[in-house]
Ligand binder design. Structure first.
Ligand SMILES: *Cc1c(COP(=O)(O)O)cnc(C)c1O
Length: 437
């Protein structure tokens, strides 16, 4: 019997110390990813930058880690921006995204000196230009475009196709009008364009095709709009993460080399100088670094299917009901045990929420477990904590950062009392209970 260790720490011990469900991140894995980006992308290709898309997993500790590693930070809302500023992240290395930015979000970005504002629509450009003018500032802008590539991934995480709610299509009037407007407005510094083709991709084909289309469009814009030059191109993120530690790691260079080679070639072809190029992966940095530890609460064998129900579920990880994410599980106290034949029936690991869609693994391979045992899901570092809800008044699990044999709490578990904070009772409902009929 060998117990599961994560970040060099015994997971059985972690569950005892911090309770379950529990998110555990291996700091070494995150730092290795940052080092890989610096070595295989930033050092290999001059005039490049890399951001971490913090919506995948954002906490004060994580923001500090990214700052230490010298990467940029991508935020998408007031909450994420305030968190970044609170963690003292250098604002000039922050970029702000979003297809529905509020006045408050845009003005904070301008006032704080955020390095890039990725503008999603003509309307937003107009609002931002007015705000910048009033403040006597110049907004550093990239325009988000939809490259018209239908990424090979789940429809809910594909973003680059024509008709997407994100960005401006390369074809048609909208982009041309936006570029003209930006070039003519003294308070907008239009640095270039941005695309993000989709998420959880394992083949660079969609990214490469997007580069070809975007450079072609940029060349057209250069010819049509006086003064416009593609000085900067953000290539987005979307690099995939493997389901369990036995599968080979997806190297960043698989995407960045392919895109940079194509970018160099296409720019030459159109007689353009190669722009400064940046990426903004989220999942790839953190997904494989994270596991979630659960305790088994109930096992129910029905004809043809056995349900193993745990003490968490869609509240701490909605990715399965949301877009069919696939996970692998392991028995924490016996990590090498072979899969058990549950009487030939299918085994589903389900959560404790009051929804039939509350599934963690539809068809799991798992050794024999009993109530009270611990299981862990691999590859849960991205879009789990950040997507967690309090459905059924479940408190959000604690987050532990482990590495080199040490483990520290970086987010406390929410208690039932925490969940009541902010709730108010109007006076008329405070009256003593009347006699029941
Ligand atoms: C979500 C998102 C990313 C990061 O996507 P990952 O799949 O986590 O790498 C990057 N850019 C934009 C615009 C996004 O919306």
């Amino acid at each position: 019997m060998s117990r599961l260790f994560w970040g060099g720490v015994d997971c059985t011990e972690l569950a005892r110390r911090f309770g379950t469900p529990l998110y555990v991140f291996d700091e070494t894995v995150i730092r290795d990813r940052c080092a890989e980006v610096k070595r295989d992308f930033l050092s290999r290709w001059p005039d490049t930058g890399a951001y971490y898309a913090s919506k995948a997993f954002q906490t004060q500790a994580m923001i500090r880690l990214v700052a230490q590693e010298g990467l940029g930070l991508d935020v998408v809302s007031m909450g994420e921006l305030v968190a970044a500023l609170k963690a003292n992240f250098p604002p000039e290395h922050i970029e702000l995204h979003g297809n529905a930015k509020s006045d408050e979000e845009l003005s904070l970005a301008l006032d704080a000196g955020v390095g890039r504002i990725i503008v999603d629509s003509l309307m937003e450009l107009d609002v931002l230009a007015n705000m910048a003018e009033k403040r006597g500032k110049i907004a550093p802008v990239l325009l988000r475009v939809t490259p018209g590539v239908d990424a090979h991934t789940h429809a809910y995480i594909a973003t680059g196709q024509t008709g997407s709610k994100f960005g401006l299509p390369l074809e048609g009037e909208l982009l041309l009008r936006a570029v003209r407007f930006a070039m003519e407005h003294p308070n907008i510094d239009l640095l270039g364009l941005h695309f993000h083709v989709g998420s959880q991709l394992f083949d660079p084909g969609d990214h490469v095709q997007s580069v070809v289309r975007v450079v072609e469009a940029a060349a057209r814009l250069r010819d049509d709009v006086p003064g416009f030059e593609l000085r900067e191109l953000n290539l987005g993120g979307g690099f995939g993460a493997k389901a369990n530690p036995a599968e080979p790691h997806v190297p960043v260079a698989l995407f960045t080399d392919a895109m940079m080679n194509t970018l160099t070639q296409e720019c030459e072809r159109h007689g353009m100088k190669r722009p400064y190029a940046s990426t903004e992966a989220g999942r790839w940095f953190v997904s494989e670094a994270g596991i979630t530890i659960y305790r088994v609460e109930s096992i129910k064998a029905l004809p043809g299917i056995t349900y193993i129900a745990v003490d968490g579920g869609m509240a701490d990880n909605p990715r399965v009901p949301l877009y069919g994410a696939v996970y692998d599980a392991v028995a924490v106290e016996d990590a090498d045990a072979p899969a058990y034949d549950w009487g030939g029936s299918k085994v589903s690991i389900v959560g404790k929420c009051c929804e039939s869609g509350d599934v963690l693994i539809e068809d799991a391979k798992l050794p024999s477990v009993k109530r009270g045992d611990l299981i862990a899901l691999y590859n849960t570092g991205a879009y789990t904590f950040s997507m967690a809800s309090n459905y059924n008044r479940l408190g959000r699990p604690a987050v532990v950062l482990a590495g080199n044999g040490n483990a520290e709490l970086i987010v406390e578990r929410q208690t039932p009392e925490d969940l009541l904070r902010g709730e108010l009772i109007p006076a008329r409902l405070r009256a003593e209970e009347k006699a029941r009929i």
